[in-house]
Design a protein around this ligand. Structure first.
Ligand code: SF4
Length: 303
């Protein structure tokens, strides 16, 4: 296949058009820049990018950094959460630290161990086979720390891509979790609080395989290993299902997101009256008297 612009050999397709490496990179970056502009995802220079050192967040940090410099907004700050997963997160943190150092980007590191007193490995060792999905605990704690440590910024950019987002729509529907479903989208969250930093997703309409190609072309020094605890996640069968659907219809994931966005406002109306409280223990925002992170913390001390 030839590049649709210059006739060089194509390395892959972006938005169904074949491109050589140079034009692939240009096409993806220009698509994301336009999306950020059109949806006003980056309103100021106080921008934080949540990073893990994987392909999605490293690509995102690179693109957001380029965008901000083009707009005269300086550079974002990278925020990385260390869950304490030996043999996995230690390696990705080394990679993202190198990337930030090379590109002169401030990196803020926060860890489960410092904040909660345990690593993810230690928690799972105690909980053992009783925990069906490590991600259900890890995800709560990660979101908690992300919000807490991004408070000085106007937005936090996350590397969620089209695949992640379509999977989340299907998972929330299957779990009948309409409250969580209503909070999805390229701007997440519904209720306003000074203690909530808006989360934005510049890769909302970019496929995972497109980001994979971008990260390879960009020659980022990253590993492509998956988290060892991800296998047990309910996301996996949903991922397989959507990939199968996409092999029959290339727009399958995009269709899920476009349908979701078409009903999001009506769905959100049902949850706008929910009140936001302060957790009685840690004083972070919570929809319940005690937030989920403090419940997990309490559980750890009771083991
Ligand atoms: Fe945590 Fe699950 Fe992500 Fe691993 S895959 S880092 S356990 S949320």
């Amino acid at each position: 296949m030839k590049c649709s612009i210059c006739n060089e050999k194509a390395v892959g397709s972006f938005q169904e058009k074949p491109y050589c490496s140079e034009h692939f990179k240009e096409a993806l970056e220009s698509f994301v820049f336009s999306f950020i502009k059109e949806k006003k995802l980056i309103p100021s220079s106080k921008v934080c990018v949540a990073v893990s050192g994987g392909k999605d967040s490293t690509s995102l940090l690179n693109i957001v950094s380029k965008y901000m410099q083009n707009q005269g907004l300086g550079k974002p700050t990278a925020l990385c959460i260390n869950e304490g997963i030996e043999g996995y997160r230690d390696k990705t943190i080394k990679d993202i630290a190198e990337f930030c150092n090379k590109n002169d980007i401030d990196l803020k590191l926060v860890s489960f161990k410092d904040e909660f007193g345990f690593t993810m490995d230690e928690y799972l060792e105690r909980e053992g086979e009783h925990l069906s999905s490590p991600c259900s605990v890890c995800g709560v704690l990660r979101r908690y720390l992300l919000n807490k440590h991004a408070r000085d910024f106007d937005v936090v950019c996350t590397g969620h891509n089209m695949d992640d987002e379509a999977q989340s729509v299907i998972m929330n529907l299957l779990n009948d979790n309409m409250g969580l479903l209503a909070r999805q989208g390229y701007f997440s969250g519904l209720l306003h609080s000074d203690k909530f930093t808006k989360r934005v997703k510049p890769f909302y309409f970019v496929k995972e395989k497109e980001i994979m190609i971008y990260s390879l072309i960009s020659k980022f020094n990253i590993s492509f290993n998956a988290c060892p605890y991800a296998k047990a996640d309910f996301r996996n069968p949903v991922r397989v299902f959507l990939n199968e659907k996409e092999s029959e219809d290339k727009n399958a994931k995009k269709n899920v997101l476009e349908f979701y966005l078409s009903i999001k406002d009506r769905l959100a109306q049902q949850f706008l009256n929910e009140s936001l409280q302060e957790c009685q223990i840690c004083h972070e925002p919570s929809s319940k008297r005690i937030c989920e992170a403090c419940r997990i913390r309490e559980k750890w001390t009771s083991f």
